[in-house]
Structures are given as structure tokens and as C-alpha cells.
Design a protein around this ligand. Structure first.
Ligand code: ARG
Length: 442
């Protein structure tokens, strides 16, 4: 029992929120005349002292006292005597732990928001720098159409913006106070739940005591948002790994974010990116764990719910670490614009532009233009050159409507500039999108 039951080893990190919530509860009990002012004052002084002891590393956490709540209360009794026993009036560990966890998570969500914002700021700066650096855009990881690196990076700015939106939504819903729900049914004491809710910065007291102590959907919402954010981080990490390979050669991570190999002297391994990619597993795993813990629990509290904390803490720590590693990598990364530009010369990335030209200038139905361009690509493949490498006679032997003008159409800079619809990759649009992203996100 002593090994399976205690949670103090991990829930001690709730100490500041536990003590803060106890102080709010105690002030309310005194204000409502449920405990005397003298006892209330003694309790508050004792709680402050315990806070100091913990911060100073001078607090002896005990597994025999099971969890943070009982560790604090037991120490309070040592410090102030029997008045300590009055703190737990009109309260249960059930509403206490739910309150502590909401308070802790609220701070954690705020920190994650700031971290994501920092990452967005870096990505926006890099996008601005590379508003007109051309590279191949891919579908199926096959070169598709030329795009700008700025356009590519801003795609992630949008993703992380939605991640922040999900966190903000979760925060709104989690900000209700369980305190005073007591064990599950409320309490016969004349408490003031509005008062404690306001003191702790909650928007309101939770409306149903049974629900307040028995649900952890607020943790699940955070974990779901974290899992989605982690999957975005992982995709960007995967692209960095690809881009840093000799085969792509688009990017070079700084020495600070790479490691060498003990045997192959030429290696610069993108370990940090690989770890960001891998850490997604832990965060998604935390979401799956807690969903499974919760799904069959009858109302209200069961000890199963103590298993909410380790996955939550681990996921929150992991997310914070992954975001900050990604922020550092993206801030320091160097992009090889020459290599990205040359990569657009392979894979016929402007074939669509040629087809579009035939539609526009020769009034050809798109399907027919697609077929003609396909024939030209095949011809270039056989000749071992790019479309623009084919002489005009060859082009005209396949489609007599083609003129010298198409060589300009096939230039990637032109192809990129042409895509200047709203949200498109044209440098002009990217510059505009950078400005709007700064307004919306920073
Ligand atoms: N350590 C417990 C937890 O984390 C606190 C709540 C205990 N409540 C109870 N009725 N045993 O869930």
C-alpha cells in the first residue's frame, strides 16, 4: 500500500496552488464565521511558513502522508496545533485536488501560449527574410509547384496559431472553481463559493458539485490540444530532418542543435529535431492514458483519478521542451537558397504554368493542355533536360501554338510571382501575410 497509494512524489509540484487554494478557503471560512478569526489567522500564518519551507527546500515530504494535501495539513498541525484541523471544514480532498489541478493547468496553459507565441515570432521573422526565396513545394513528397520558403514557414505560423486558439478555448472552460463542492454533494456549512472562486481568479464556481469533483475533461482538453500541437511540431521537425540531409541540402542547423558521430566525421545529426518528432509519442500517449483511465468511472471520485497527474505533468513538460527546442532550431537555422533554387530545376515544377498558359493564351481546355504538357514532360525526360531545356522546334513539334514566350512562363520566379491570389505563395503576398501574421499573433 505504501508503494501504490502515495502521490506525493509527483503531486508535490502542486504545492503553491494547494497552499494558495487553502488560503482562499481559510479566508472565506473566517469571513463566513465558520472558523474564528484567530484560528483563521493562525492557519494563514502557518500556510505562509510552509510555503517558505518548501521554496527553501527545507520541507520534509513524506510518503506516509500520501499526497501534497495531507503533507501540508500535517505540517500545519505541527506548526500551529489543533487549529490546523479546522482548515478542512467544508472541504474534501476531492474538491481540493480538482481545484489545485485547475489552477496549475491554468498557469501551464498560459506558459504554453507564450512559448508558442515566441515560436511564431521566430517563424514570422524567418518568413519575412525568405519571402522570395524559391523552393520546390511538394505533394506526395514529389516536387509539385515552386513556392517560397516564406510561404512554407507561414503555414506553420497558422498551425501554431490554431494550437493557441485551442489552448485558449480549453482555458476558458477550465476556469471554474470546484472549491466548496466538498466530497461530492456540497456542504451543510454556510460557505461562500463565489468568494473563493473570485479570490482564486476563477470566472465562477462550478455549477454542480458532483461534476466538479469527478470530471477531468479539462485535463483531457489540454492534452488533446497539446497532442495536436505536438503533431505540428513533429511535422516541422520531420521537414528539418529532410532538409538537412545531403539529398535535400536546403537547411543547416546550428552546431548548438546538432551532434557529431563517434565514427563518421562528416556527420551533423539533427538530434534535436528527431527528438521533437519523437516526443509527440509521449504527449499523444498521455491523452490516450487519461481517456482510458476516465472512460469507465462511475461518479464521483475514485482513486483512479490520481493517475491523471503523471501523464499531464509529463505531457506539459514535454510540450514546453519541444516548443523551446524548435524555437531555437528555427532561430539559428541557415537556409541554402541556392540549393533550394536548384532543386526547383528538377521535377518539372512549372509544368502547371505551361498548361495554364495554353489555357489562357491558346484557349485550350485545361484537360487538353494537361495532356500536351504531359507529352512535353515526357520529351524532356527522354532528352534528360528540364522543360526550358527543350529547343523551340521540339516544343512546336508537339504543340504548334507554343512560342518563345513560354520560356519565360517556365521560370520559377515568374511562376511563384504569378500565384498571388489571397493566401498564395507570391512574394508580394508573403510580405503582406507576414504583416498580417504579426498583427494577429504577436
Ligand atoms: N491524491 C489524491 C489524487 O490525486 C487526492 C484526492 C484524494 N481523495 C480521496 N477521496 N482519496 O487524486
Amino acid at each position: 500500500m505504501e508503494r501504490i497509494n502515495p502521490s506525493i512524489d509527483f503531486d508535490k509540484r502542486l504545492y503553491a496552488h494547494d497552499i494558495g487554494a487553502s488560503k482562499a478557503h481559510c479566508e472565506m471560512l473566517a469571513a463566513c464565521g465558520i472558523v474564528s478569526q484567530a484560528d483563521g489567522d493562525a492557519i494563514l500564518t502557518g500556510l505562509d511558513r510552509i510555503m517558505g519551507e518548501i521554496e527553501a527546500g527545507a520541507f520534509a515530504f513524506s510518503r506516509r502522508r500520501e499526497d501534497i494535501h495531507m503533507n501540508v495539513e500535517a505540517r500545519l498541525a505541527e506548526l500551529i496545533g489543533p487549529a490546523a484541523g479546522r482548515l478542512h471544514t467544508a472541504r474534501s480532498r476531492n474538491d481540493q485536488v480538482a481545484t489545485d489541478l485547475r489552477l496549475w493547468l491554468r498557469d501551464t496553459v498560459d506558459a504554453a501560449q507564450l512559448a508558442l507565441r515566441d515560436l511564431q515570432a521566430v517563424l514570422i521573422d524567418r518568413a519575412e527574410q525568405h519571402a522570395s526565396s524559391v523552393m520546390p513545394g511538394f505533394t506526395h513528397l514529389q516536387a509539385a509547384q515552386p513556392i517560397t520558403l516564406g510561404h512554407h514557414l507561414l503555414a506553420y505560423v497558422e498551425m501554431f496559431g490554431r494550437d493557441r486558439g485551442r489552448l485558449a478555448d480549453a482555458r476558458k472552460r477550465l476556469n471554474e472553481s470546484p472549491l466548496g463542492a466538498a466530497a461530492l454533494a456540497g456542504t451543510p456549512y454556510p460557505i461562500d463559493r463565489d468568494r473563493t472562486a473570485a479570490a482564486l481568479g476563477f470566472d465562477r464556481p462550478a455549477a454542480n458539485a458532483l461534476d466538479a469533483v469527478s470530471d477531468r475533461d479539462f485535463v483531457l482538453e489540454f492534452l488533446a490540444a497539446a497532442a495536436i500541437a505536438a503533431s505540428h511540431l513533429s511535422r516541422l521537425a520531420e521537414e528539418l530532418v529532410l532538409w538537412c540531409s545531403a539529398q535535400f541540402g536546403f537547411a543547416r542547423l546550428s552546431d548548438g542543435f546538432t551532434t557529431g558521430s563517434s565514427i563518421m566525421p562528416q556527420k551533423r545529426n539533427p538530434d534535436a529535431a528527431e527528438l521533437v518528432r519523437a516526443k509527440t509519442g509521449r504527449i499523444v500517449g498521455a491523452l490516450a492514458s487519461l481517456l482510458i483511465v476516465m472512460k469507465g468511472l462511475p461518479l464521483a471520485y475514485s482513486k483512479d483519478m490520481q493517475e491523471d497527474k503523471e501523464p499531464l505533468f509529463d505531457a506539459a513538460d514535454t510540450l514546453g521542451l519541444a516548443i523551446s527546442a524548435m524555437t531555437g532550431m528555427m532561430r539559428d537555422a541557415e537556409f541554402d537558397t541556392g540549393a533550394m533554387r536548384s532543386a526547383t530545376e528538377r521535377g518539372f515544377v512549372t509544368a502547371t504554368d505551361l498548361a495554364d498558359w495554353l489555357v489562357r493564351e491558346r484557349d485550350m481546355p485545361f484537360r487538353e493542355a494537361h495532356r500536351v504538357t504531359g507529352a512535353l514532360v515526357k520529351c524532356a525526360e527522354e532528352a534528360g533536360c528540364d522543360l526550358a531545356g527543350l529547343p523551340i522546334e521540339t516544343l512546336r513539334s508537339i504543340e504548334p501554338g507554343l512560342t518563345e514566350e513560354v520560356y519565360d512562363v517556365l521560370r520559377v520566379e515568374r511562376a511563384v510571382a504569378a500565384r498571388d491570389s489571397y493566401g498564395g505563395t507570391a512574394p508580394r503576398r508573403v510580405v503582406e501575410a507576414v504583416r498580417s501574421a504579426r498583427e494577429r499573433f504577436l
